[in-house]
Ligand binder design. Structure first.
Ligand SMILES: Cc1ncc(COP(=O)(O)O)c(C=O)c1O
Length: 445
């Protein structure tokens, strides 16, 4: 007998759950439901609800009707964030959508566990190892699972290959890092908000300042015998797009080799063309021993993440020692293959380089016109941010709201820094429109 407590029907705006039809809900009603039924672990922008997308970089949003007659009005919103770099290929990238539809309808992809082979795993492994130039790849699902797996692989490699005494391995991380929300990730974090009352934290994690090669060398000199890995983002995204000195990663790589310590790069946000190279480590001419990918690895369609790395390190895995129900399942495998095809065939890294340079030039011009407000614009490719001087009225959240009013979505990372990281398919006129909106908002502050 059907459960009378749950009645679901329709699609899209007609999707109705227990008599509540989505097309009838005002932005305030959406907010009320989320506040009453959700985890309240986000505080999204108020009075705006995304309904669908218009094109690769434009969202259609619902806002309160100023006349108060309708539940909402719909407006275009230029997406300057693209889901924190999960949608590098552009919203609903046709190449990826076609592949997914074909595979669901014509090819009829089954969902099968890893205990039986499926034919798409071969394509996934061939494509991911080719694009990353890594020996082996292990699929996972959420972004956070990839740095988590790097931590596990590093520890096991430390014991089995490097010869660190059992349970004494140290993982070194960088201050200001963001590797996600798992217990490893928050144990590695030094952000009080992410950690409060989640202890006890994982032991064996030590942090050094980012972009400080001397501090890393001191740590390696003191404890190098027990250090398995240095886990680092090539450019710190969540910390506010912190770009290290040009020679930092070269020196890190040399130090890691000298002390037989793995260099593990978290490219969950910087990978897949975002910074103007397919992977940000290529900008610095280094090669990590392990690399974590996520976000755009699923083309903005499916959660896909993976760890790529050297044979000797990933080779420490054995059946039963690691796994994931949906890691590399057929639909994820196909989506990732086409996310890679879009990255390569649509020259996304090159466009990120060109459009990023254009955006940074706009920041410079705005800084020249408002030197008392803008401290600097920075970034690589289309992972960019502008930072204002640290003054109460130069408020990043106010800037986000001002941009929203002008039809642009971008979000502050800290009080005075605003990140702008649109889809890598973006064209120059949209870059100019975003910059114009930034200029207008800064003028009014
Ligand atoms: C560098 C980095 N690692 C890991 C993650 C976690 O990814 P997810 O939120 O998909 O778990 C993020 C998310 O922003 C990230 O920027």
């Amino acid at each position: 007998m059907a459960d009378a407590a749950v009645k679901i029907s329709g699609y899209g705006d007609d999707l109705t759950v227990n008599g509540v039809r989505l097309g009838d809900l005002s932005p305030a009603e959406h907010e009320a439901i989320e506040k009453e039924k959700g985890g309240r672990n986000y505080s999204p922008l108020e009075n705006v609800v995304v309904s669908h997308v218009m094109d690769d970089t434009t969202l259609i949003c619902r806002k309160p009707d100023p006349s108060g007659i309708k539940a909402y009005i719909e407006e275009e919103l230029r997406d300057g964030l693209c889901c924190y770099s999960a949608v590098n290929q552009g919203q609903l990238n046709q190449m990826i959508v076609d592949a997914v539809i074909a595979h669901l309808t014509t090819e009829k992809i089954p969902t099968v566990p890893r205990s039986i082979r499926h034919k798409y795993m071969a394509a996934f492994l061939l494509a991911t190892t080719a694009v990353t130039k890594m020996d082996r790849v292990v699929p996972k699902v959420a972004g956070v699972e990839a740095p988590e797996l790097m931590a596990k692989l590093s520890r096991r490699w430390g014991y089995r290959v490097k010869g660190i005494p059992q349970n004494e391995a140290i993982l070194v991380v960088a201050d200001g890092n963001f590797h996600g929300r798992s217990l490893f990730a928050v144990s590695a974090s030094n952000d009080p908000e992410s950690r409060e009352d989640y202890g006890p934290f994982l032991p064996g994690i030590e942090s050094v300042p980012f972009n400080d090669i001397e501090a890393l060398e001191v740590k390696f000199r003191e404890k190098g015998d027990r250090i398995a890995a240095f886990i680092v983002e090539p450019i710190q995204g969540e910390a506010g797009v912190i770009v290290p000195d040009e020679d930092y990663h070269q020196k890190v790589s040399e130090l890691c080799k000298q002390y037989n310590i793995l260099l593990c790069m978290d490219e969950v946000q910087t990978g897949f063309g975002r910074t103007g190279a397919n992977f940000a480590h290529q900008l610095y001419d280094v090669k990590p021993d392990l690399m974590a990918c996520g976000k755009a690895a699923g083309g903005g369609i499916m959660p896909v993440s993976f760890v790529g790395g050297r044979d000797e390190i990933i080779g420490v895995l054995t059946p039963g020692s690691e796994g994931s129900t949906f890691g590399g399942f057929p639909l994820a495998a196909v989506t990732a293959v086409y996310a890679i095809k879009a990255l390569v065939d649509e020259n996304l890294a090159e466009n990120a380089r060109n459009m990023g340079a254009r955006l940074l030039k706009h920041y410079d011009d705005i800084k020249t016109d408002f030197p008392d407000k803008i401290k600097e614009g920075r970034g690589k490719g289309l992972l960019t941010a502008f930072e204002m001087w640290d003054q109460p009225h130069l408020d990043g959240h106010k800037v986000s709201l001002g941009l929203l009013k002008r039809g642009v979505y971008a979000k502050e990372t800290h009080h005075s820094t605003v990140r702008v990281a649109p889809a890598l398919t973006i064209k120059s006129n949209d870059i100019d429109l975003i910059a114009e909106a930034v200029r207008d908002v800064i003028r009014e502050l």
